[in-house]
Design a protein around this ligand. Structure first.
Ligand code: SAM
Ligand code: SF4
Ligand code: F3S
Length: 437
């Protein structure tokens, strides 16, 4: 029996998809090379913006055709969009056999069985104490791996659907995380990316009477694992970024000098409406502290344009914040009203024309800064983890500690750590030459 899996959304969902693969393959399913060759079509969905849903609906059209062609073929919808619709999803997608939320991956084999043998479609959207952390995972890479350290989010930023589809913040016990990372290292992994929607809050929900680590403590423990060369983590919320964590980034050799620190806006007026719990000044002060403490730190961010009530002066403040933070990269999003969130009901809709202009300006600005930052690296020697062949067959491709992609000439194999001199740069990539050893 063959399955085909399509994934939408963030790294969290991509890692969940590794678990969906793991669970299916442990239950006798094998991956099909294309949807038309599969007996089961699984979609792991995202609901963060309307555009994610539209992309999914496009792909479901194809699934509907394949189902019609062979009615015995199963279609399953998992992830955040499924969770946001719950049982209603079966009316919206009438040919669906199974639906499950991000916390119900372990139940997928039972749901598939129920759909085949039972009279009706099967679903589960139940909450679980710590969903799916221990499930088998069919990981995509050999040398780099995602490790989930938290699930959910309790922040309720006014625009965001994530807390309602992924449940409250829950930290995984430190001992379990350390054991998983050690096992990965034994299998050849040298770089891990720790995942959590608000990872700086790690540990705050754990029993203080037990052995409780905060996030800086967790990093210190992982830093001690022999053979683990690089530790990354995402996503950091500015309000929970402690001085202890800044010290950890500075002092722990395995922790990479890169931080994804979503600002969302540069205007305190908008940040208040977003319920982000920090002001423009607090964000700028935090960035100053970070740059002062961690030499060579690379900062990236997320920004939302067109949030209800965003005036021209608010947008201007976002551009000046971006200029002073000199981000190495930014994901720029147009505000998308999500049903059930507070912001969906806020007055002050920004006209389409203004949104289009603002997003264009912001993209241009962030690209210019990224290019200027990257140009300053020309001539420098950087440590690179080799990922494999580059776009041009003769070249290699790898990643710096600051999470920049570099294409370079040299001779090395995937998983090697090599020194590379940067010879040229654009906003998106670096080019280099391996240093002879
Ligand atoms: N937990 C992370 C944080 O707080 O920064 C990121 C979570 S979210 C999956 C990734 C990004 O999507 C957010 O940082 C935000 O910029 C964007 N986003 C979330 N909801 C949005 C919405 N309704 N409209 C536009 N962008 C949104
Ligand atoms: Fe969404 Fe805010 Fe939580 Fe990030 S911190 S997942 S933006 S509610
Ligand atoms: Fe991620 Fe989308 Fe869910 S961004 S947490 S898959 S809503």
């Amino acid at each position: 029996m063959y399955y085909h899996l399509t994934t939408f959304g963030c790294q969290m969902n991509k890692h969940d998809s590794e678990r969906i693969r793991g669970v299916l393959e442990e239950n006798g399913w094998s991956a099909a090379a294309a949807p038309e060759l599969a007996d089961l079509l699984v979609f792991n969905t995202c609901a963060v913006r309307k555009s994610a849903e539209s992309r999914l609906l496009g792909r479901l059209g194809e699934a509907g055709r394949l189902k019609k062609e062979r009615p015995g073929r199963l279609v399953a919808l998992g992830g955040c969009f499924a969770q946001s619709r719950q049982e209603k999803i079966f009316t919206e997608v009438p040919f669906l056999d199974v639906a499950f939320g991000p916390r119900n991956i372990a139940e997928l084999p039972a749901l598939l069985e129920a759909a085949v043998s039972g009279p009706a479609a099967a679903y589960s959207f139940e909450d679980h104490p710590f969903p799916s952390a221990d499930l088998p995972a069919r990981r995509q890479g050999r040398h780099r791996a995602w490790v989930q350290v938290m699930t959910g989010c309790t922040n309720f930023c006014s625009y965001c659907i994530v807390p309602s589809v992924r449940g409250p913040e829950r930290s995984r016990p430190e001992t379990e995380i350390t054991a998983e990372v050690k096992k990965l290292v034994d299998e050849g992994v040298i770089e891990v990316t720790l995942l959590g929607q608000n990872i700086n809050a790690y540990g705050l929900d754990l029993e203080p009477s037990g052995r409780r680590e905060d996030f800086a403590g967790l990093l210190a423990r992982l830093n001690g694992i022999d053979g683990l060369e690089r530790i990354r983590f995402t996503t950091s919320h500015p309000k929970d970024l402690s001085n202890r964590l800044i010290d950890a980034i500075r002092d722990l050799p395995s922790v990479c000098e890169h931080l994804h620190l979503p600002a969302q806006s540069g205007s305190t007026h908008i940040l208040e409406r977003m319920k982000r719990c920090y002001s423009r000044e607090e964000y700028l002060a935090l960035v100053n502290r970070l740059y002062g403490a961690v030499p060579g730190l690379s900062l990236t961010t997320d920004l939302i344009v067109g949030f209800p009530g965003e005036r021209e002066e608010d947008f201007y403040r976002t551009t000046t914040l971006v200029e002073s933070c000199r981000f190495d990269g930014a994901f720029t999003f147009v505000f998308s009203a999500r049903p059930g969130t507070e912001a969906a009901g806020l007055p002050g809709k920004v006209p389409e024309k203004a949104i289009k202009r603002r997003i264009r300006e912001l993209v241009k600005l962030t690209q210019r800064l990224a290019e200027e930052n990257n140009r300053q690296l020309v001539g420098r020697q950087l440590q690179v983890l080799v990922e494999g062949a580059g776009r041009r067959g003769s070249q290699l491709r790898g990643r710096t500690r600051t999470n920049k992609i570099i294409n370079f000439s040299g001779s090395a194999k995937a998983g090697d750590l090599v020194d590379v001199t940067v010879v040229s740069a654009t906003s998106a990539t670096l080019k280099g030459q391996q240093v002879a050893s």
